[in-house]
Design a protein around this ligand. Sequence first.
Ligand SMILES: [Zn+2]
Ligand SMILES: [Zn+2]
Length: 311
Amino acid sequence: MPGNLTAHQAEAALGRPLTWLEQTWVIHTGGWKDYELYCLTFFILVAGYCLGSLPFLTLDFLKIPFFEKYRIQPTYRNSYSAVVDCFRSVLGDMFMVILPLNLTSFPFFSVAGINGGVPLPTLPEMAIQLATFFIVEDFGNYWLHRWLHTEWAYKTIHWKHHEFTTPMSFAASYAHPLEILILGIPSFAGPAIVRCHVITLWAWIVLRQWEAVETHSGYHFPWSPTKLIPFYGGAEYHDYHHFVGGKSRGNFASVFTWCDYIYGTDKGYRYRKDFELRQAAAKAEARAAAGLGYSVLANGGQKWEDVAKTS
Ligand SMILES: [Zn+2]
Ligand SMILES: [Zn+2]
């Protein structure tokens, strides 16, 4: 049902008393039309993106040694001018591309069934819908990103996103406006095909922004909760795609690893990981043989980190 009902009207329409959460929602949004609630999506997107980037930007700025050791490409740091350009470009595209889209796309989502009323979605319902959105986005993004690496599309559109060969959090959406439009299709395909509440849409927007920001953060933290998600790609996975740059023919997927695995586009990455592990193992053996110490598997088991401990 639409969002602009009073608590009394909503209870009459539902045929039952509202829950505490539903009452709170209706009190705060009862006077809002569905379109007005939908337009809040843009501000939630911008806030989610900036707040998600902030911790990583702080680490980039402070260069705290404890966190520095988790940088994926520790030998290179983006210049301040590149960071400022990135801010300008990303925020400019948000206001010039995403805001107009948000303001004009409501009729489409309204037909798709998005609503801001009661009943509110249950947690299991939200979880299933969000998981569906991630799977749909990942599959669509894989093929569109793979197409963006064809000669014409890369030279015309995708080159900009690859200006950062050492990614940073705020550069997650640093891209040509056309790329923002093209990759927005799989991002909004889920909410467009699954009838969802505007709260679920907002949760999706925030989680998707945080996922993209973390993936571009340049840090690989072994304690990241995303490590609990099966088949999750993560920062190191996408960082490799940026590290290789325009010639990259792999690690196209945005969230999970299965598309690259199924379609055979993760071979270069897996070869490099095996090579790194073999190199580190050989180094550890040489150190042990020389009586210099030992190496331990650090960085969440993803990379060998030589620990200089003499015995
Ligand atoms: Zn790419
Ligand atoms: Zn990227």
